[in-house]
Design a protein around this ligand. Structure first.
Ligand code: FMN
Length: 147
């Protein structure tokens, strides 16, 4: 969060406390979506999916990051990032913050599309030392996309 610096007014929101009104009150959103249950959203996001399916997200710019584990779950690495990306794009949001798949080793991922991840994948369990630079580079890119 501090990587955004003082130019951006960041409001941290716990995903477990989201409401439709709160979600819609922001034009730029960064969603943190770890992958659970062999390629699924965690419960707190899953419970909010029906609400998102009813929202009009036209005009919203959304970036998604998520924790995953490419060694333990190589067939579903970071799938939840891809699931959420599909969902918000279907509702009209502009998705930003795609990243290179280089440097990761996995078999398949719903977050990968045309050789890129649709968001930022972090693997705190098998690549903990790579996260900091990945975040710094990603936020630098988001700063050029958010208004
Ligand atoms: C039951 C369970 C299932 C998981 N399934 C996946 C998976 O399908 N794909 C993946 O990339 N990571 C998977 N993970 C790894 C988690 O994403 C990883 O542990 C992450 O750091 C959890 O972040 P959190 O504690 O913030 O939710 C799984 C972890 C657990 C405990």
């Amino acid at each position: 969060m501090e990587e955004f610096g003082a130019d951006f007014n960041i409001v941290p929101v716990n995903a477990e406390e989201l409401t439709e009104e709160l979600f819609l009150s922001f034009n730029n959103l960064v969603l943190g979506v770890p992958t659970w249950f062999d390629g699924e959203l965690p419960n707190y996001w899953d419970e909010f999916v029906p609400a998102i399916e009813d929202l009009n997200l036209k005009g919203k710019t959304i970036a998604i990051f998520g924790l995953g584990n490419q060694v333990e779950y190589p067939e579903n690495f970071g799938d939840a990032v891809g699931i959420m990306a599909d969902l918000v794009q279907q509702r009209g949001a502009k998705l930003v913050g795609s990243t290179s798949t280089q440097g990761y080793t996995y078999e398949s991922s719903r977050a990968a599309l045309n050789g890129k991840f649709v968001g930022l994948l972090l693997d705190a369990e098998t690549q903990p030392r790579l996260s900091k630079d990945r975040i710094i580079n990603w936020v630098a890119e988001l700063k050029t996309q958010f208004s």
